[in-house]
Design a protein around this ligand. Structure first.
Ligand SMILES: [Zn+2]
Ligand SMILES: [Zn+2]
Length: 146
């Protein structure tokens, strides 16, 4: 399998991964709307130990609605959102699909926080949970920093 690579717009921060993502999600929460410029945020999830990062992203820590401390990492120079991590699941890292060198590898599989979606966000997939936590396990919620 070829390595998965990516980085920020100015390339001050770059990363590579040896493994396939463990999961992927599209998050419509209000915080992701800030970070994605109004759009939902598409993320792929990896074991942190499988990801090698060059350069130093800046972290913004905040409490999630669930009370977990979560960090959102971005490039201080160009502002590209890159990673998220949660204290509750510190062995995982969520990578923003837009920072992948080949974003086409993303396979949308889960829509979360759809209650916060804007009317113009477009058609949500049929597997979308009816409420923000319906049919999402605690583990998945923590992984995607809810
Ligand atoms: Zn940058
Ligand atoms: Zn979100």
């Amino acid at each position: 399998m070829p390595k998965i690579t990516g980085g920020c717009l100015c390339r001050a921060i770059q990363y590579e991964i040896d493994k396939e993502p463990t999961s992927s999600a599209t998050c419509y929460c209000r915080v992701c709307q800030y970070i994605a410029g109004g759009a939902p945020s598409h993320s792929v999830l990896f074991h942190k130990s499988d990801v090698t990062i060059q350069g130093k992203p800046t972290a913004y820590w905040m409490k999630s609605e669930e009370g977990n401390s979560v960090a959102r990492h971005f490039c201080e120079k160009c502002g590209t959102p890159l990673f998220s991590e949660s204290e509750a699941r510190s062995d995982y890292i969520s990578i923003k699909v837009g920072s992948l060198d080949d974003p086409s590898i993303f396979k949308p599989s889960l829509n979360i926080w759809v209650e916060s979606a804007q009317p113009w966000h477009g058609t949500l997939k049929s597997h979308t949970p009816k409420s923000k936590f319906a049919s999402i396990s605690q583990k998945i919620r923590q992984l995607f920093l809810l």
